[in-house]
Design a protein around this ligand. Structure first.
Ligand code: ZN
Length: 203
C-alpha cells in the first residue's frame, strides 16, 4: 500500500507557513514504514530538533482506480479516519531553501500515526466532518472537511490522473492551522466529531 498526502489544503495553514494558494492539489508520498498503528508511542528521532504535528482526515481507498472522474470518486473510498503527518520542520525548511525534495522530513519511520477508521456511512455529510487535535488536553488544531480547498472527490480524481489508486491506499487530506512542535512527554489525541480515534504519546 501507499500513503499519499495533500499539502496546502486549508487556507489558514497556508497563511501560517507563508505558502502560496495552489491552483491544483499539491501531493506527496510517505512510505508504508512511516505508519504507526494501535496508538503506539512516537519516539522523537535524533536527526531533528523541530518535529511538528499536523492532524489530518485520512481516506482509505477501497478499490483500484485510474483517471477517476470526480462524480464517481466517492465510491473509491469507504473509510475515514484521522492521522498525524509528523514533519521535521527544520529539515523541511532546509530542503525547501535548496529546492530539494523534502521526503526525509515527512517520510521517516513512524512519521504517520493513524487512528481507528470509521465507515463512510457513519457520516451524514462527508463534506462537513469536524475534527480536532488535543495536545496535553488542550485543543491545538480544529477544523472541518468543509474548510478544505480541494474536496475528497477532487483529490481522488486529481491523484488518479497520475498514480493508480489501489485498495488499502491511504490519503492524508491536508492539515488546518495550529501546527506546532512536540517535546518528550507530550500526549496527542485526535478526534472526529468528539470521538477519540487516535492517541499518541511522545517519548
Ligand atoms: Zn500534512
Amino acid at each position: 500500500m501507499k500513503i499519499l498526502c495533500i499539502g496546502r489544503n486549508y487556507k489558514d495553514h497556508i497563511k501560517e507557513l507563508n505558502s502560496v494558494l495552489p491552483s491544483e492539489p499539491v501531493f506527496f508520498m510517505k512510505p508504508d514504514t512511516s505508519l504507526v498503528t494501535r496508538n503506539r508511542p512516537f519516539y522523537l528521532p535524533d536527526f531533528s530538533n523541530e518535529i511538528h504535528y499536523e492532524v489530518e482526515l485520512v481516506l482509505k481507498i477501497c478499490k483500484v482506480g485510474k483517471n477517476i472522474q470526480q462524480k464517481f470518486a466517492s465510491s473509491y473510498y469507504d473509510e475515514i479516519g484521522v492521522g498525524i503527518d509528523f514533519t521535521a520542520r527544520d529539515l523541511q525548511t532546509k530542503c525547501k531553501e535548496k529546492g530539494l525534495p523534502w521526503l526525509i522530513s515527512k517520510g521517516f519511520d513512524n512519521a504517520s500515526p493513524i487512528g481507528k477508521f470509521l465507515n463512510k456511512s457513519a457520516f451524514q455529510d462527508v463534506h462537513n466532518i469536524s475534527f480536532h487535535l488535543e495536545k496535553n488536553g488542550q485543543i491545538v488544531q480544529q477544523s472541518s472537511s468543509h474548510e478544505m480547498i480541494f474536496s475528497f472527490e477532487e483529490i481522488i480524481s486529481y491523484i488518479s490522473r497520475f498514480i493508480t489508486l489501489k485498495m488499502g491506499d491511504m490519503i492524508f487530506t491536508g492539515t488546518p492551522s495550529g501546527v506546532g512542535p512536540i517535546v518528550i512527554g507530550d500526549r496527542l489525541e485526535a478526534f472526529i466529531e468528539n470521538q477519540k480515534l487516535l492517541g499518541c504519546s511522545v517519548k
